[in-house]
Design a protein. Sequence first.
Length: 310
Amino acid sequence: MVAIKSKLNTFSKNYSEFENKLKISGLTKTYHNGFRALNNVNLSLSNGMFGLLGPNGAGKSSFMRSLATLQTFDSGSIFFNGEDSCINPNAIRKGVGYLPQEFGVYPKMSAVQLLDYLAVLKGVTDKTTRKKQIDYLLALTNLTVHKNKAVANYSGGMKQRFGIAQALLGSPKLLIIDEPTAGLDPAERNSFHNILSDIAEKMIIILSTHIVEDINNLCPKMAILNAGEICFQGEPQALISTLTDKLWSKNISKNELEPNQQQYELLSVRLNSGRYQIRLVSGINPGHGFTPVEADLEDAYFHTLKQQQR
Ligand code: ADP
């Protein structure tokens, strides 16, 4: 095990050891039907895990596809390590690994065959380098023992791990991962998270998700995208602290839910052992049995979305 770890460490030194920089300015995307999916998105990122959190339809995939140079945008710019993605998309593509939301249909090829094929497409033409890289990635994603099985027959979690392995072919410096844990069971999610945190220091990883817990577990920096606009960017703790001394909760029965919903503008309703816990934001004590409660990232996220809706 120690030997494998040290081999992984040695190999992973081939991944970028310098600080990567991604700068997105004024990114705006309108689809042919006139729908504006992204509106003046500005973000600056460096190495580490960055979470892009937003509800379904917020524009996350549109943003990720633009970054991966898979779709054009109307205005704005994307610079990665000084290269302009509009002027030199091939330079960007070489440094980017992409795990899309929908991976499509897998051919009836084994993991090792498919990785070999994809590595050639990514420009890893030297056979020895390719074999070294594939062995490393299979070990990193715990797929070595399954490497000769057809990827089409893998479980959901194994397919996602394979997705990471293929995205890391060619030693990218920017990894784009779109909604990766949807449909994974808790153990599979955990193993996926562990792989990401192992590699996050060496590159920029952007993880888009609507699952607050994924951001909580993994991302020291984050942004919230809603209706095509960034409405927060910074550290999760900074977002949570916007609700310090402003969050109140009360446990109620099911019958009391409707009257409370009519009386208060509730932030959320959580089910807890068959009882309902209602939460609201108020600068002063609302009384009526509400007690102060510490905010978590989900509270702060819902609050930010509600504020933007207003
Ligand atoms: P998310 O990934 O956050 O769910 P998307 O980027 O997939 O959001 O979609 C953002 C919005 O853009 C949605 O309202 C979606 O219907 C719309 N959209 C996405 N792709 C297209 C397209 N090709 N043509 C028109 N509208 C699109």
